[in-house]
Design a protein around this ligand. Structure first.
Ligand SMILES: C[S@@+](CC[C@H](N)C(=O)[O-])C[C@H]1O[C@@H](n2cnc3c(N)ncnc32)[C@H](O)[C@@H]1O
Length: 232
């Protein structure tokens, strides 16, 4: 089946991604290793390599992002590589990583990062700021609102330094035609492999309002990706 065939299918909601339509399970799911262990291993390693890119650039380009923070929860923070890089640069920040039990079970237990096994749809560990790096592009708008609402419960008011840090693509032509094309290719990738998508500023803004946030700031210093600070 090609994308054209998938578009023409008359699916009842919830509409599966093309990947799920063909294989019967989503790409990143507890059932995927049962479908094909080798595929699951390749996907897991590929995602880790891709996701761990970029935190050094974020810290270099966005000096104020972590300044003054006492604690941070990296929500969907994987093996903790990002959290460890942040602790190395800002040793006073207490970092917690929330991820699925199957990910946290394999995390190094050296006490540098506090790992919490859980589900970001149900509860997010409290901290001054919550980071969602390359997480929301995997989920539908409805799911993003649910995730953001859980994150909002985990942080204090804006006056007390509460904020959500999102690192994602903000689709738009302002970065030039090559970046714009790259952003659309990433959008296609998410459509094929997940129920997620890339979003433009207007679409992000609507999600923040629906989840109860009052304001946001976008910093465009990361090539095709941006940092969005969202305030309660
Ligand atoms: C695309 S990866 C991003 C990893 C990390 N944020 C980074 O940038 O290096 C998405 C992460 O979300 C985690 N995840 C997916 N569903 C989750 C859930 N329901 N609760 C908690 N974590 C989840 C995955 O296990 C994975 O580590």
């Amino acid at each position: 089946m090609g994308l054209a065939g998938w578009f023409k299918k008359d699916h009842e909601p919830p509409v599966p991604s093309p990947f799920e339509d063909i294989f019967g399970v989503p790409l990143c799911d507890d059932r995927t290793p049962l479908l094909d262990k080798e595929l699951d291993d390749v996907v897991t390693q590929g995602l880790a390599a891709h996701d761990n890119l970029g935190i050094a650039t974020v810290m270099r380009e966005c000096h104020d992002l972590f300044k003054g923070l006492g604690s941070l929860t990296d929500c969907g923070g994987g093996d903790g590589t990002t959290a460890r890089a942040i602790i190395k640069a800002y040793p006073h920040i207490k970092c917690t990583v929330l991820d699925l039990p199957k990910v946290v079970d394999k995390a190094p237990a050296d006490g540098v990062v506090t790992y919490v096994a859980g589900d970001l749809f149900h509860s997010v560990p409290s901290s001054q700021a919550v980071m969602l790096k390359l997480v929301l592009h995997f989920w539908s708008d409805e799911d993003c609102v649910k995730i953001l609402a859980q994150c909002k419960k985990a942080i204090p008011s804006r006056e007390e330094g509460g904020k959500i840090i999102i690192i994602e693509i903000v689709v738009g032509p302002s970065l030039g035609p090559i970046m714009f094309e790259a952003q659309h290719l990433m959008d296609m990738l998410m459509m094929v492999n997940s129920k997620g998508r890339q979003r433009d500023e207007n679409e992000w803004s609507k999600l923040f309002t629906k989840a109860g946030f009052t304001d946001y700031k976008i910093v465009k210093k990361l090539g095709a990706r941006c940092v969005i600070e969202v305030y309660p």
